[in-house]
Design a protein around this ligand. Structure first.
Ligand code: GTP
Ligand code: MG
Length: 280
């Protein structure tokens, strides 16, 4: 009888030990899974480098950095729509060709620094080509737009690239944007061929957007501010001086002071453009 009790106790003890072992194993497994998950999240964050930003109103006065951006590309590809949607979250369904250029600004705070983008949205008509090239001056970044449903607008990119590269400085950043991505059933240009072109020309960023739906339109300008800010800082760290002090890099960025002057010039240029248009 005593032997039986002893046997039972031993059995219970064995079962208890097994249960404890099982619990420990499970805890260890959970801990490992948690670590693996954290590791993956950590890597993901590192790769994505999430940017902290805040969109500011137009009347911000204490701007830290100011950059000039030019938007170019064929007529009716959606340059004005993209700029308007990306900066003011507004879209017009009807087509009003831009005459000369339109000017918009976009203020954004990135890592506690206020960046002002001065965006010059140009007209795509061939007849104005030689006139708008005068606006390339002092641009830090060019956004070249084509429409994904318009093969010709894509084929013309080479000539836009040639023109912008020959008329500006080697440090100009260039973005390629395939707009009207909502028209995927009428797609004429594949994403792959645009990616290839961007790679071939060593462009700084490529994205497809829909100004109509607002897909990626704001991202274009956030990315622009981010890249220009990084470029400015890298240059300053490397060269130990402000890019504005260098003649070679003078167009990498503009100080607020320079831009005030540029704003005044803008009004004159606008007036000149109107006059020239009258005489065409
Ligand atoms: P120019 O000023 O003449 O050089 O043209 P643009 O490139 O500024 O084109 P604009 O923004 O005026 O757009 C031309 C037409 O395309 C307009 O009717 C817009 O409503 C339309 N559009 C612009 N973006 C999109 C888009 O993402 N999707 C669709 N479906 N239509 C768009
Ligand atoms: Mg336009």
């Amino acid at each position: 009888m005593e032997g039986e009790t002893e046997q039972n106790e031993q059995k219970e003890q064995k079962e208890e030990n097994q249960q404890n072992e099982q619990i420990e194993n499970n805890e260890e497994k959970e801990e490992n899974e948690k670590n693996e998950q954290n590791k993956q999240n950590g890597n993901k964050d590192e790769n994505e480098q999430k940017v902290e930003y805040e969109i500011l109103s137009d009347d911000v006065s204490n701007v830290d950095f100011s950059f000039k951006i030019i938007v170019i590309g064929d007529s009716a590809v959606g340059k004005s729509s993209l700029t308007l949607k990306g900066t003011k979250d507004h879209f017009k369904d009807f087509y009003t060709p831009t005459i000369g250029f339109e000017f918009l600004s976009f203020n954004i705070k990135i890592n506690d620094q206020i960046v002002k983008l001065q965006i010059w949205d140009t007209c795509g008509q061939e007849v104005y080509r030689s006139l708008i090239s005068s606006f390339y001056r002092n641009s830090s970044l060019a956004i070249i737009v084509y429409a994904i449903d318009n093969q010709e607008s894509f084929d013309n990119l080479e000539s836009w690239l040639d023109e912008i590269k020959s008329q500006t400085h080697p440090n100009l950043k260039i973005f390629l944007v395939g707009n009207k991505s909502d028209l995927s059933d009428q797609r004429a240009v594949s994403k792959e061929s645009a990616e290839e072109l961007a790679k071939e020309h060593n462009l700084d960023f490529f994205i497809e957007t829909s100004a109509k739906l607002g897909t990626n339109s704001r991202e274009v300008f956030i990315k622009a501010a981010q890249i220009l800010l990084e470029d400015y800082k890298n240059y300053k760290d490397k060269e130990g001086k402000d890019p504005n002090m260098s003649t070679e890099k003078s167009s990498i960025s503009l100080t607020s002071q320079e831009n005030d002057e540029d704003d005044k010039n803008k009004e004159n240029e606008e007036e000149n453009m109107r006059r020239k248009k009258c005489c065409l």
